[in-house]
Ligand binder design. Structure first.
Ligand code: GDP
Length: 464
C-alpha cells in the first residue's frame, strides 16, 4: 500500500513540478551582474531575513526553501555568484566583477501549493529556475539578419557623424587604399577589423550603446576568430559583379563572406541555442547614465534599445517569428540603480522608461505578452538623507563615493518623466556619483529596492 502511495506521489510530483527559464539581459553596465547576484541572494535568504513583502508566496509563508543545484547544462559557463558575494561582503565592499558573454545559475524553490485540487494529494511542489545572463549587445545584431552586407555597410557609414565620425577617423583613414578587387590580405583585414573594434569600444567607453556587430566588444570564446574579422565596406561605391575566379579571394568578397558567416552561424546560433528556450525575460536599463552624459548619449541609448526590442516583436510577420519560434510570455523592463536618485523621482524613472520602451508595449499588447516596467535597485548603495538649504529641507542621498570612498550627502536632481526636451538639456541639473556598496553585515541579505516587485512579476504566478 505504501509503495502505491509513493508511486502516486512521485507521479504527481513529476506532473506538477515546473521548470522556468528566466533570461536577464541589458546593455553593458546596466546592472545584470548586480541584479542576478541580488536575485539569487534574496531567494536563498527567503527564510533568513530577506525583505520581500510584495513577493506573495514569501509573504504568505508558502516558500519552504530555496537551494542552488548543480548545473545540468555542462556547456554554458556558470554565473560567478560566490565570487560576487565575496566581493560585496568584503572589506571594503566592492561591486561584483561583471560577467562577459552568457552564463547560468540554477535554483530550486520548494513551496506549499495553493492549488485546491493539488492541496489534497500533495503538500509541496518545486519550481526549478534556470537564470541565464547574456549581453544585450548580442540582441543588437538581430536586425543584421534582414540586411545584406551592402545594406548593413550603408547603415553603419550613415552613423558616422559627429563624435562617432571623430572616433572612426583612424579606421576610415586606414581603409583609404583598400582595393576591393585585390587579393585579400589577411594581416590587413585583421588590422582594419581591429580598428573597427577599437572604434566600437570607444563608443561604449563614451556611453554610446548602438554598436554593431555586438560580438566584437563582447566576443566571449570567439575572440580572435576570422568570423569576427570584418567591418563595413568603407566606400559608397560597391564593386561591380566580379569575375567568378576572383570572387572567392578578393578583399570585398572575403569581407562579404565573413559578414554572411557571422549572421548565419553566430547571430542565429545564439537565438537557436538560447533565446528560443527563454520563458521569461527581464531587460535592465540604466536610464540615469545617459541622462548624465547628454543628449547624444541619451538618443544613442534609445536607438540601441529600439534595435534590442526587435527581439521581442513576436508578430506573425516579424523577423524573429519567421526565423525562430520564441515563447516568452512575460517581459519586464527595469530601470536599474534607482538608489542613485531620491525616492520621489522613482515614478518619473518608470514613466521615462515606459516612453523609451513604447514600441515594445504596442507589440506586446497584440501578441499576448504580459509586459511591465518598474524602477529597482538590485543592491542599494545609498541611504535616504536630508539637506537644509535656506531653511528649506529637501530629500537627499547619503553614500560613499567611488573611487575615493568619501562619504557624501547630495541631491542628484530630477529625472524627467518625459523624453527630455532641449530645455532639459540646457538647464540640466542632473548629476549623480557612483557609490560603493554599503558595508554588509555577514548574516544579512543584500539591501535592495523593489526586488520583491520584480520577483512577484517574474515568478509569483508560478508559485501558486
Ligand atoms: P553589467 O555589465 O550589466 O553586468 O553591470 P553590473 O552589474 O556589473 O553593474 C555595473 C555597475 O553599475 C556596478 O559596478 C555598480 O557600480 C553599478 N550598479 C549596478 N547595480 C547597482 C545598484 O543597484 N545600485 C547602485 N548604486 N549601483 C549599481
Amino acid at each position: 500500500m505504501k509503495n502505491i502511495q509513493n508511486e502516486v506521489m512521485s507521479w504527481v510530483q513529476r506532473g506538477t513540478d515546473q521548470h522556468l527559464c528566466l533570461a536577464v539581459t541589458g546593455l553593458s553596465r546596466s546592472g545584470k551582474t548586480a541584479f542576478i547576484t541580488s536575485l539569487v541572494n534574496q531567494l536563498l535568504s527567503v527564510n533568513h531575513g530577506a525583505r520581500l513583502p510584495l513577493f506573495t508566496p514569501v509573504r504568505e509563508g508558502r516558500v519552504l526553501g530555496v537551494k542552488r543545484i548543480l548545473q545540468r547544462d555542462l556547456a554554458t559557463p556558470s554565473f560567478t555568484y560566490d565570487r560576487g558575494i565575496a566581493q560585496l561582503y568584503g572589506d571594503p565592499a566592492n561591486w561584483p566583477t561583471p560577467t562577459q558573454g552568457v552564463s547560468k545559475i540554477e535554483l530550486v524553490i520548494r513551496y506549499r501549493t495553493q492549488h485546491s485540487l493539488l492541496r489534497y494529494i500533495k503538500q509541496t511542489s518545486s519550481l526549478h529556475i534556470e537564470i541565464i545572463d547574456y549581453p544585450g549587445e548580442w540582441l543588437l545584431d538581430l536586425p543584421m539578419l534582414a540586411q545584406d552586407y551592402v545594406e548593413w555597410s550603408e547603415q553603419m557609414r550613415g552613423l558616422l557623424v559627429g563624435r562617432r565620425a571623430e572616433w572612426a577617423a583612424s579606421w576610415q583613414s586606414a581603409c583609404a587604399d583598400l582595393d576591393p578587387n585585390g587579393t585579400a590580405n589577411e594581416l590587413l583585414l585583421t588590422e582594419l577589423a581591429q580598428r573597427w573594434t577599437d572604434f566600437l569600444h570607444r563608443c561604449k567607453a563614451e556611453g554610446y550603446h548602438f554598436i554593431q556587430p555586438g560580438r566584437f566588444v563582447l566576443p566571449g570564446e570567439m575572440a580572435g576568430a576570422p568570423a569576427l574579422q570584418f567591418f563595413p565596406w568603407p566606400f559608397e561605391e560597391i564593386p561591380a559583379q566580379q569575375d567568378q575566379r576572383l570572387e572567392k579571394t578578393s578583399t570585398y568578397s572575403v569581407l562579404k563572406q565573413r559578414y554572411d558567416f557571422y549572421c548565419q552561424h553566430i547571430i542565429k546560433k545564439f537565438y537557436k541555442d538560447y533565446f528560443v528556450k527563454f520563458d521569461r525575460q527581464i531587460v535592465l536599463v540604466d536610464c540615469l547614465q545617459p541622462l548624465n552624459s547628454g543628449p547624444d548619449a541619451f538618443n544613442d541609448m534609445r536607438l540601441a534599445l529600439t534595435q534590442l526590442m526587435q527581439s521581442f516583436h513576436y508578430g506573425q510577420r516579424s523577423l524573429l517569428r519567421r526565423l525562430f519560434s520564441p515563447v516568452i510570455d512575460k517581459l519586464l523592463f527595469a530601470a536599474t540603480k534607482a538608489d542613485h536618485v531620491t525616492s520621489d523621482q522613482h515614478t518619473n524613472m518608470v514613466a521615462l522608461l515606459r516612453q523609451i520602451t513604447q514600441a515594445a508595449w504596442q507589440h506586446a499588447a497584440f501578441e499576448g505578452v504580459n509586459i511591465e516596467c518598474l524602477a529597482l535597485s538590485a543592491i542599494q548603495a545609498t541611504r535616504p538623507g536630508k539637506i537644509e538649504h535656506h531653511q528649506q529641507i529637501t530629500p537627499a542621498l547619503q553614500g560613499r563615493r567611488l573611487p575615493d570612498y568619501q562619504p557624501v550627502l547630495l541631491y542628484p536632481g530630477e529625472v524627467p518623466a518625459q523624453l527630455p526636451t532641449a530645455s532639459f538639456w540646457q538647464q540640466q541639473g542632473f548629476q549623480f556619483e557612483n557609490f560603493t556598496p554599503l558595508a554588509m553585515e555577514a548574516d544579512k541579505p543584500l539591501p535592495h529596492l523593489r526586488m520583491d516587485n520584480a520577483l512577484e512579476f517574474l515568478l509569483g504566478d508560478k508559485l501558486t
